[in-house]
Ligand binder design. Structure first.
Ligand code: ADP
Ligand code: ZN
Length: 431
């Protein structure tokens, strides 16, 4: 059940030893780039200053802005050694570019293969990759990983829903990689085609790339008749396969032999204890072409360092609560969209889509949540709908501690994307 037993089950001490050795090597390597050469010199740090993993705090951070302005200056090799580039999807601004050497591509594929193997994918599986191919890392990253494992890999790409269903049927697909909001949307196409996904040989789904609640995962598992595993990654750190759920489904193991993780309080930048949500900060430990030191991901999660029954020693992170920039402040209360996802996806009357609108009405901020209701519940009976609206509002209020306005809308009336869902629209005047 292990892809790489030795690495996956290292004792904590041996893992730390390996990390320290790799950290020193990475710092030395990064120092050869123009960008880190200068940064490290300014900070007066040489690899030998790192006597323990805690000394990582002596190193400067790297931010998304650094990547936007200086990614070419972060290369540690001549450009001719680079064989591929990817760019982040640009969800929060201008895209950032990442460069890979041949070794980087191979190491990354191996981590994805390790992740897939952990969840039970084997050579006999038929894997349909429904992520966007191209600059986005979700497509090619998984593709190379699944091929490395030896599964029959179908590069379906994103969108084209009818074709997706046809491919699954035609090739007896057993495993899919899909954005969670799209997985719920695709159910509609199954219905139109009169196909029940539970009748297909599907058994595994890999879902990630956007924040979603466990309630959404359970919906996907029930509707498709699969076990759905959370996969987390970001292009800045290669792409998918930074952290991945094991069959215990109790958090995602970070592949700590390749990524050194810190969980820091985003305002003080001090480490937080296990179980407390903080910003995930990553350092590459094996990347050759463009190793990043202390990259501030802006993703928020907590970590758990208790042993996992699966026997892997790497620490686990919780579900991503959101990005620091996704946080909505309403009447002094901090809210993340995933909290709304958690409440709505538990309610059987709610269909798969919703939209959070931040408005300003007479100088007051208001949160309006548009909620799609399943066809069979969207009746003409106004009293029923009013009652439903009230129940949804109450459920949201007890989670959020403030009262949003809830508007019930018809199924499929809210905008959709084939990529990451856009959950929040802010129409308030900029401060
Ligand atoms: P962008 O930052 O432009 O969206 P990426 O395509 O690199 O670019 O996406 C990485 C980001 O996607 C992560 O930083 C995180 O915010 C989000 N993400 C990826 N996987 C997950 C996941 N399993 N759960 C929640 N969020 C995720
Ligand atoms: Zn585990």
């Amino acid at each position: 059940m292990y892809w790489n037993r030795e690495i996956e089950t290292l004792t904590t001490n041996n893992l730390k030893g390996l990390q320290l050795e790799r950290l020193r090597r990475t710092v030395a390597r990064a120092g050869q780039s123009q960008f880190y050469g200068q940064r490290l010199q300014q900070a007066g740090i040489v690899p030998d200053d790192l006597g323990s993993l805690e000394d990582i705090r002596k190193l400067p951070f790297t931010t998304k802005d650094d990547l936007r302005t200086s990614s070419l200056q972060m290369l540690t090799t001549p450009l001719k050694e680079i064989i591929r580039l990817h760019a982040s999807s640009g969800t929060t601004g201008q895209a950032t570019v990442i460069y890979y050497t041949r070794t980087d591509i191979e190491l990354w594929a191996d981590l994805v293969a390790r992740s897939l193997y952990m969840t039970g994918m084997r050579q006999e599986d038929v894997f349909q990759n429904m992520m966007g191919y191209g600059l986005f890392t979700g497509g090619l990253g998984f593709h190379y990983g699944a091929e490395r494992l030896g599964a029959l890999t179908i590069p379906a790409g994103a969108g084209n829903s009818k074709r997706q269903v046809q491919l699954m049927r035609q090739f007896n697909v057993t495993a899919i990689h899909i954005i969670p909001s799209y997985a719920l949307f695709l159910l509609q196409t199954f219905e139109e085609l009169g196909v029940d996904p539970r009748d297909l040989p599907l058994r595994l789904a890999y879902i990630g790339a956007e924040p979603y609640s466990d309630a959404t995962r359970r919906r996907i598992e029930a509707a498709y008749g699969v076990k759905a595993y959370n996969c987390y990654g970001l292009s800045e750190l290669n792409g998918p396969g930074v952290a991945f759920e094991c069959p215990e489904q109790n958090g995602s193991h970070v592949w700590e032999d390749s990524y050194l993780i810190e969980v820091l309080d985003p305002s003080t930048l001090d480490p937080v204890p296990p179980g407390t949500v903080g910003e995930l900060v990553f350092t590459n430990l094996t990347r050759q072409g463009m190793p990043l030191l202390r990259y501030r991901s802006r993703d928020l999660a907590s970590y758990d360092d208790r042993p996992c029954p699966c026997g892997r020693s790497s620490r686990r992170i919780s579900r991503i609560q959101g990005r620091t920039d996704d946080m909505i402040i309403l009447k002094g209360v901090n809210i993340f969209p995933i909290q709304i996802d958690r409440v709505l996806m538990r309610l059987p009357e709610v269909a798969s889509n919703y939209l959070i609108e931040m408005q300003q009405i007479k100088g007051n901020d208001q949160m309006v949540i548009k909620v799609e209701v399943k066809q069979e519940y969207f009746s003409e009976d106004l009293a029923y709908l009013k009652g439903l609206q009230k129940r949804i509002t109450e459920a949201l209020k007890s989670e959020l501690l403030v009262t949003p306005r809830v508007d019930l809308v018809e199924h499929n009336s809210l905008p959709r994307t084939e990529g990451k869902a856009v959950r929040v629209v802010d129409s308030r005047p900029k401060a």
